[in-house]
Write a protein that binds this ligand. Structure first.
Ligand code: ZN
Ligand code: MN
Length: 152
């Protein structure tokens, strides 16, 4: 979970962006936006649905996908496709940033390191590419899984 005020600020920003585009705001949608604003572990659409379906029995998985698609179109969510399993989503920071991925439990966390923009500029210059995006995934075993494995 994010620090309360930070999550609240992000939630309000997402809501006003939805309003500005005149997308229909339903209680389900608000709950999805809030969950995305508060999550730090990059939930999948399926997990968002699971976490909210008790509170909103009429909500469908399609509602979650539609809301994510709208956010994507507005550039307000970062989608991480992992090749296998469901895509994961970062709703509080849509600008590309490094991620730590646990290969045991599948947890995805933000890494605090800032990717050196010089590296990207150098790669662009050397290749002639106009760089549009980038992605840095650091794979490993999270502290919790390390603990579980060492039998503590
Ligand atoms: Zn783990
Ligand atoms: Mn992230």
């Amino acid at each position: 979970m994010l620090e309360n005020s930070e999550a609240e600020t992000r939630y309000q920003a997402l809501v006003s962006k939805f309003r500005a585009r005149e997308y229909r705001i339903t209680p389900q949608r608000l709950a999805i936006l809030r969950l995305l604003a508060e999550s730090t572990d990059h939930p999948s659409a399926g997990r968002i649905y699971q976490e909210l379906c008790d509170r909103f029995p009429t909500m469908s998985l399609a509602t979650v996908y539609k809301t994510l698609a709208v956010l994507k179109e507005m550039g307000e969510v970062l989608e991480l496709s992992l090749g296998e399993g469901e895509n994961r989503y970062d709703g509080h920071n849509a600008v590309p940033h490094p991620h730590l991925i646990c290969t045991r439990c599948g947890k995805i966390l933000d890494s605090d390191v800032v990717l050196d923009q010089d590296v990207i500029a150098t790669a662009a210059k050397a290749s002639g590419f106009k760089i549009l995006s980038h992605r840095l995934d650091l794979y490993g075993v999270c502290p919790e899984c390390q603990k579980a494995e060492s039998g503590e």
